[in-house]
Design a protein. Structure first.
Length: 225
């Protein structure tokens, strides 16, 4: 091959090396910018964690019937719902005396039921609402009284039971500013944290059964926004 031929091949080889490195640098630069763009636009979704406060009424037949208060803490992953529930049923005290003119003291000293429960279930989230059904295991303490030959006796019964509940709740469909003072004044930036309200049907199957219904008021992150 002539000198001109070797010279031409050398120029082509140098040009290929030059553009090879240019293409390589261009590729890694574009890839780096694409990764940064992805990281900047990618928003981490919030967890689904919320608490509920219950006010309602329950009936357990002849043992304890009355006003019901409840609290539950909930965590959802995919459609699986894990719940800790505390429930208190208070029956009116027939011997309340002058306290009977007030609502709260009227329920102090009467028959009652305390429940602490762990539940597992399924929760299905729609745009601005959700429905869930759960069951589990609970530790219950029933305090009740019996009158025998004109004398009143009080009893305590501890037992394990199977609690259950069905919930239907409403909450905001998209991020909004949280409102204080009864939802009048908005504060801060739009957030996934918010309120909920709904209906709970609940109960327990065990040595002493009870069934109830009540209103649920909640706070937390009720869906992924």
């Amino acid at each position: 091959m002539s000198f001109e031929g070797y010279f031409l091949l050398d120029l082509i080889e140098k040009a290929m090396k030059k553009y090879y490195y240019v293409i390589l640098v261009f590729f890694f630069t574009c890839n780096s910018f694409a990764q940064k763009e992805k990281d900047s636009t990618e928003v981490k979704s919030n967890p689904i964690v919320y608490v509920d406060f219950l006010v309602g009424a329950s009936n357990s037949g002849n043992e304890v019937n009355g006003l019901t208060f409840g609290f539950s803490a909930n965590y959802q992953i995919n459609k699986d719902l894990f719940t800790f529930r505390s429930t208190y049923i208070a029956e009116t005290n027939p011997d309340a005396g002058l306290a009977s003119v007030l609502i709260v003291p009227l329920f102090i000293g009467g028959d009652s039921l305390n429940e602490f429960a762990l539940l597992y279930g399924k929760r299905f989230v729609f745009n601005g609402s959700a429905i869930s059904i759960s069951a589990g295991v609970s530790s219950n303490l029933l305090r009740y009284s019996r009158t025998v030959d004109g004398e009143k006796f009080r009893y305590n019964e501890s037992y394990i039971a199977v609690p259950f509940e069905l919930n239907f709740n409403f909450f905001k469909a998209k991020k909004k500013r949280f409102r204080v003072l009864y939802g009048i004044i908005p504060v801060g930036q739009p957030t996934a944290f918010g309120r909920s309200f709904g209906v709970k049907i609940f109960g327990s199957l065990g040595e002493f059964n009870y069934f109830g219904v009540g209103l649920n008021l909640g706070l937390g992150w009720h869906k992924k926004y």
